[in-house]
Structures are given as C-alpha cells and as structure tokens.
Design a protein around this ligand. Structure first.
Ligand code: APR
Length: 321
C-alpha cells in the first residue's frame, strides 16, 4: 500500500521514530518528515530508517528537520513530542510540561499545515488533545487522540494470555480517558465472536481490567521510560485508516459535544476514522455501572482541563484552511 501521501511526525524520540519506522516498512505513505528540537537526533534516525527501506522495497522518502516549513502539505501530523513518564509518575504528572510543548507545536502546525489531520500521542493524552483543539481552533474531526486502540490492545493481549488460546482473535473495547480511570468494557469484548463473559468469570475479568489500567505503568517500572512499540502500532493503525479513508471503528480521544451526556471535554469513545479524520462518533448504550465508570474518567480529565484553564492555555483561534 504505497500512497502518494505525506505524514509529519513531531518528536523523533522512541514513539515518533517507531511510528516512522513502521510507516516506512509498511509503505503506508510516500513521504515522512520527522521534526525534533534536537535536529541531529531526527536526522540520524531518519537516515537510519531510510537505509532500511531498500531491502523492504519501500519507496517512502524520509526527511528530518527542525524547521516547520517542511511540514507543508502534510496529510497527517502526529505529535509525539514531550516528556515521557519515569517510574512512580502518573501520566497526569506530565501535564504542565507537555501541555506547553503541545501548545507551541500546534501553533506551528496550524500555520504550516492547516489542513492536516492531527493525531496527538503526547501524555496526558486527553488534556493535550483538548489543548491542541482549543489552541489551534480546529473543528473536532481534525484532531484525534491516540490511546483507546493502545489500551484495547493491552486488554486483548491480557485476555489471550489468561485464556491460553485465541491469540490474535480477541477484540476488546476500552473507552474513557488514557489514565487509571479508563473504562475497559468486558461486555463489548469477545474472542472470534464468543463473548468474553462466557469464557471467563467475574473475578478473572476484574483482574484483566486492573492489569489493563496499569499496563503502561508496569512497562515504565521495568524500563524507566514509557512504552513505544504498542503506542506506535496504535498510531499507525489510525494513520492508515485516515490515509486509506477506511471508515474503520476505533476507540479514540475526541471532543465530546453532548455525546454520552458530556460537552466541552475530551474523552475516549468509539469513532469512525476516514479521510476527514473523525467521520462519526459512535454512542454505545452503556449500563449503569459503565456510565458511572465513564463519569469518573470524565471527572479526572476535567480536573486536568481546569488546571490548564486556570493557566490560560485555551486562547481560541480559527483555523484557516
Ligand atoms: N519540539 C519538538 N520536539 C520536542 C519538543 C518540542 N518542543 N520537546 C521535546 N521534543 C522531543 C524530544 O527532543 C524527544 O526527542 O520529543 C521527543 C520525545 O521522545 P522521548 O523522550 O523518547 O519520549 P517518547 O517515549 O517518544 O514519548 C513521547 O508520547 O507516549 C507519550 O508519554 C509519552 O508524552 C510522551 C510522548
């Protein structure tokens, strides 16, 4: 699938470079621009990835820069720039540092690639997605947070490990914010069509839900920095759905405007991804306990947004296409 498309990745760290590598190896687009404050890092990684393209028969062109004029005409811009977690930190502990970084970056993106669909990856994800939307003055279809696919893929892995079968056949669904209050939905999870609730008992499912919630922290505990292979994989799934106008359903962070009973906040819900970014928001009929969990998640994100509001992060501008 080599498409005449351009993707720019802001942040050439672990997540950003892994997204680039994956896109180049899968021939998902024609051109990739990787931007980092540390220009040498972006240049070195871009060169390294470029030198891996030939054996794969990939025609994807790699370009590294610290100059935002190079992102012009991008179809998609992915923001992975920021500070990752250290052991003992929650994603929320990154709020002030990373929201400032995303604010600076989105102003450049808005200026040089105003029509690009923006995918945010920087944590705390829901708050940085809201920052990008508000600071950039974007319509909500154009800025999408990556997290639900990652949380769902963590849950899927845990389910197949617990069962000892069904590897690669599990579909799990995780709604909510990308934090400890995320909402793994066992009712909407299955193994090749067989309901999870018919395969595992309540206690086993609860154990999987807890491990899913703390899946990212477990990895930070082992490596001293946050995960990047699975986050990059989830980002690539979103990029390919948008570039290919797939109209595929994925859980993603989006601005809610009355859906699920909430307004003016970002949270993770199932959306349809296509050429316009978010083509549609899907409203699942949640039961009472799921509604309560989702409300908790919305409250957690809202308390981060309140902190940002008190720091005047959200001066609105209109995006000129
Ligand atoms: N502009 C451009 N690049 C920046 C900026 C900026 N203003 N600030 C930081 N960077 C770059 C850093 O130079 C670094 O190369 O962002 C990169 C971040 O890379 P890593 O430190 O390796 O972090 P990574 O693991 O990729 O995580 C990035 O994604 O999953 C989230 O929680 C994670 O918020 C973190 C982000």
């Amino acid at each position: 699938m080599l498409q005449a498309k351009k993707v720019s990745i802001i942040g050439a760290g672990n997540v950003g470079a892994t997204v680039c590598y994956w896109l180049a190896m899968r021939k998902s687009c024609r051109e990739i621009v990787m931007i980092d404050l540390v220009e040498g890092l972006a240049k070195g990684k871009a060169l390294d990835i470029a030198q891996a393209t030939s054996p794969e028969g990939s025609h994807t062109l790699m370009h590294a820069s610290s100059d935002y004029t190079d992102i012009q005409n991008s179809d998609i811009v992915v923001i992975t720039a920021g500070v990752p977690r250290k052991p003992g930190m929650s994603r929320d502990d990154l709020l002030m540092i990373n929201a400032k970084i995303v604010k600076q970056i989105i102003e450049q993106v808005r200026e040089y690639a105003p029509a690009a669909i923006v995918i945010t990856v920087t944590n705390p994800l829901d708050a940085t997605t809201y920052t990008a939307l508000k600071v950039g003055g974007y319509p909500r279809n154009q800025v999408i947070g990556m997290a639900g696919i990652l949380d769902s893929s963590r849950m899927e892995t845990l389910i197949s490990e617990k069962l000892g079968f069904g590897y690669g056949q599990v579909t799990a669904s995780v709604m909510g914010g990308h934090g400890d209050d995320m909402v793994p939905l066992s009712r909407y999870s299955s193994v090749n069509g067989v309901a999870l609730t018919d395969l595992l008992n309540d206690l086993e499912i609860e154990e999987i839900i807890n491990k899913t919630r703390h899946g990212g922290a477990e990895i930070v505990g082992y490596m001293g920095t946050s995960a990047y292979y699975a986050p990059a994989n989830s980002t690539v799934k979103m990029i390919e759905a948008i570039l290919g106008d797939k109209h595929a359903i994925f859980p993603c962070a989006t601005l809610l405007d009355g859906e699920y009973g909430y307004k003016d906040t970002v949270n993770g819900v199932p959306v349809v991804l296509g050429a316009n970014g978010i083509e549609k928001i899907v409203e699942l009929p949640l039961n009472l306990s799921e509604q309560r969990l989702f409300a908790n998640s919305v409250n957690s994100v809202n308390s981060l947004l309140d902190t940002l509001r008190n720091n005047n992060f959200f001066e609105e501008k209109k995006c000129e296409k």
